[in-house]
Design a protein around this ligand. Sequence first.
Ligand SMILES: Cc1ncc(CO)c(N)n1
Length: 241
Amino acid sequence: MVTPVHSADSVRHTDRMWDATGSLRTAIDGLEFLEQLGHGTLPLDAFRFYIEQDRLYLAGYTKALAILASRAPDATTAAFWATSAASAVDEASLHEQLLSGSALPPSDARVEHSPTCLGYTSYLIATAATEPYPVAAAAILPCFWIYADVAARLAGAAQDVLARDPEHPYARWVSTYDSDEFRDIVSAARTLVDEAADGATEAQREAMVDAFVIATRYELSFWDTALHPMPWSHSRSAVAP
Ligand SMILES: Cc1ncc(CO)c(N)n1
């Protein structure tokens, strides 16, 4: 029997990637933003800022997924990433509805990427375009997995919010990501990343862990900076007429 190169143990490479983010995930679990989101006590303007940034994020994420699709090893894998790109557009239209509806305070300020949002989307697009396919796939995985993990934990608290107000925008956020449908997608994405790891070199497998850690750090920062903004050191108005 031919033994595959990496079958010396049965630990999935995505488990190793997950374990490497242990301390970041502990920090995510303790985020005030998520605690308040789950309990419905998050200030509406912080949620609006998050949704505005996430709309910009989703535009970049869609492109990163489309690039990843073009680099996939076979048509089925390409179709999975391309379908995810299309789903991100649907997700963005939900954001659009939220922002134009009356649930959130109106804002006429011109929205530009926060440093975290621009850093994250630029990182995903650059990695999808220029890194080996297994590393590019690993970088995109936290977007799926961390969201499902967080939403599952927030679901209990959100039940209470939903019971009080079935239309609450925060409850809708949790139910989008804490769903069987989304869990199945996360599981399929994980399988594809494990398959990519099976065919990767040892150096690429290490780079996969690094990419997963970097993207998880951005996930943490994305929520954190919605409540505790880390704006550009100079605003646009300081340089533009
Ligand atoms: C920052 C971020 N990561 C992941 C998702 C899930 O698509 C999202 N909407 N936003």
